[in-house]
Write a protein that binds this ligand. Structure first.
Ligand SMILES: C[S@@+](CC[C@H](N)C(=O)[O-])C[C@H]1O[C@@H](n2cnc3c(N)ncnc32)[C@H](O)[C@@H]1O
Length: 253
């Protein structure tokens, strides 16, 4: 049994894997829109950080899931690794990735899963939903294997409590209390994330924001104009602290 048992059990069964791939990342879903804006920025950050480097670079995609992120970044480095607790999620990643080395296990109880000194570590859609007590423990493990002093941690928090999604989350929490569905309704603010990163030995060097408008619009005929507006405001700009989906670029301190 992994130490991080409750969030980890969420993606263990095949039905959850299918739902993640076909519903959460369905063709026109909100998450797919966000990823379309995020992907080129992520690739550019990694390319820029490795430009001019002579030695081969090593990347870890922590909690790689079905390989969505890993498949898009593996070709940018000499060695790409993905680690996740769910065998079923990793089975999908194996089918998507061409060269990444994929491992199933818990970095808290199996430190041998990690290599020393990664140039780049990515961790997408993990931190927000994992139990708060585990967040710092996992970040400290990642800190211990981030290359000094120039390794990058690129961390995604996909529910900003300071965004326009917040009222809908409050409403859904209220409904959830009456009729529980198991929906994940966690949120973190940019300041909270910054404090956690700092306490784990990372400093934020850049922050990007994606999605200003309420995601419910993407389930209406207003989807197209909403996506045009959100695309326009995506990135490292004045609006990043009130965007729904946040991407932090961090260095070890
Ligand atoms: C929402 S999915 C995100 C997957 C991928 N990073 C992405 O953005 O598409 C969360 C993933 O975290 C994994 N996970 C949960 N707890 C974990 C842990 N303690 N160690 C490694 N992976 C974990 C789950 O198995 C699941 O695949």
């Amino acid at each position: 049994m992994p130490e991080s048992a409750s969030y980890s059990s969420r993606f263990q069964n095949q039905a959850d894997v299918e739902a993640y791939e076909s519903r959460e990342y369905g063709k026109a879903s909100y998450a797919t829109h966000v990823w379309q804006w995020q992907r080129p920025i992520l690739q550019r950050i990694i390319q820029d950080s490795l430009r001019g480097r002579k030695a081969p670079a090593r990347l870890l995609d922590f909690a790689c899931g079905t390989g969505r992120v890993l498949a898009c970044v593996e070709s940018l480095v000499a060695v790409a690794e993905g680690i996740d607790l769910s065998e079923n999620m990793v089975a999908r990643a194996r089918a998507k990735c061409r060269q990444a080395r994929l491992k199933v296990g818990d970095i808290l109880s199996q430190p041998d899963l990690l290599q020393p000194a990664y140039e780049v570590i990515t961790a997408f859609r993990f931190l927000l939903n994992v139990e708060p007590a585990l967040r710092r423990r996992v970040l400290l493990k990642l800190r211990a294997v981030a290359r000094e002093p120039d390794g990058l941690l690129i961390l995604n928090v996909h529910g900003n409590s300071r965004s326009l999604r917040h009222p809908a989350v409050l409403w859904r929490r209220w409904r959830e209390a009456a009729r529980p569905t198991g929906a994940m309704l966690n949120e973190m603010s940019p300041a909270e994330t910054k404090g956690l990163l700092r306490a784990s030995g990372f400093e934020i060097v850049r922050q990007f924001g994606f999605g200003l408008l309420p995601p419910t619009l993407y389930r209406t005929p207003l989807r197209h104009p909403a996506s045009v507006v959100d695309k326009l405001f995506a990135g490292d700009n004045l609006w990043r602290n009130c965007s729904i989906d946040l991407m932090f670029v961090c260095r070890p301190v």
